[in-house]
Design a protein around this ligand. Structure first.
Ligand SMILES: [Zn+2]
Ligand SMILES: [Zn+2]
Length: 265
């Protein structure tokens, strides 16, 4: 399983994209920075998009990806998310008023976009992967995804695959009992000094992440490799230092993700 970090930042600027992951070149998780990261031939391989929540920095490239898929290769894209997220995305971002209605284009019978609601805590196979959506704490309803290749799932390994929290804040340890990832991708949106504000906005700083990881280790008896994304651009060096401090204190493998980073599991 190869995981590509397409977007690792909170702000889009030259050289930094909004949150998006790509699994084995075929399954996108969040759609903040898909189309600017990939060539047309790479985009053509994407058939499935999973969304953690409706915020614009995680969904906006659904429009540009659907446009490319609809106009150039007429392939259907399946978008999976919890019902609440789908309702907002379909009625606000993909309402067919500000751009082509990709639920009717090129035809109602075979539209570019199809959506399917995902039920939290209900394991299912999507595009050949074992996918489990687990609700996380954020400022709006949001889920994280555990994604495991079906092949690994069958081998009964203790920890396997990826758990991506999406946007989240302190108090997510309830999630840990549902997942056992080899790799945890999570967020640190700002430095510790803005902890109060980050908590109110539904985000993590390094200090909060440390507490969550301590609880993970208490519950599961191990720590996965951790990659941090959704990095607040102006504070990147401060965040890097604070995350390195946590890694040292916990003797854990925690590092900041970056655009086009590839991780093989
Ligand atoms: Zn968000
Ligand atoms: Zn976000």
């Amino acid at each position: 399983m190869e995981i590509q970090v397409l977007g690792a930042h909170l702000a889009e600027v030259k050289g930094a994209r909004l949150t998006s992951l790509l699994i084995d070149g075929a399954v996108a998780v969040d759609a903040g920075g898909l189309t600017s990261a990939l060539s047309l031939s790479e985009q053509k391989k994407i058939e499935t998009v999973l969304l953690t929540h409706h915020h614009f920095d995680h969904t906006r490239d659904l429009v540009t990806l659907a446009a490319n898929a609809g106009y150039y290769w007429r392939k259907q894209l399946a978008v999976y998310a919890p019902r609440y997220t789908l309702d907002i995305v379909t009625s606000c971002l993909l309402d067919g008023k500000i751009y082509t209605d990709f639920f009717e284009y090129p035809s109602k019978e075979k539209p570019t976009l199809i959506v399917e609601a995902i039920e939290p805590y209900s394991r299912r196979t999507i595009a050949g992967y074992d996918v489990l959506a687990v609700p996380v704490k954020h400022s709006v309803p949001a889920v994280g995804y555990q994604i495991t290749s079906s092949h690994v799932q069958r081998s009964n390994e203790l920890s396997a695959g990826l758990f991506y929290t999406g946007d989240t804040t302190a108090g997510i340890s309830d999630c840990w009992q549902h997942v056992s990832p080899q790799l945890l991708i999570t967020e640190v949106a700002g430095p510790n000094k803005y902890g109060d504000w980050l908590k109110k906005a539904g985000h993590l700083c390094a200090e909060f992440l440390k507490e969550e990881l301590i609880q993970f280790r208490q519950l599961k008896g191990y720590l996965p490799r951790v990659t941090v994304i959704h990095i607040g651009n102006p504070y990147e060096e401060e965040i890097r230092e604070e995350v390195a401090q946590v890694a040292q204190e916990l003797e854990a493998d925690i590092s900041l993700g970056y655009e086009d980073m590839k991780i093989t599991l």
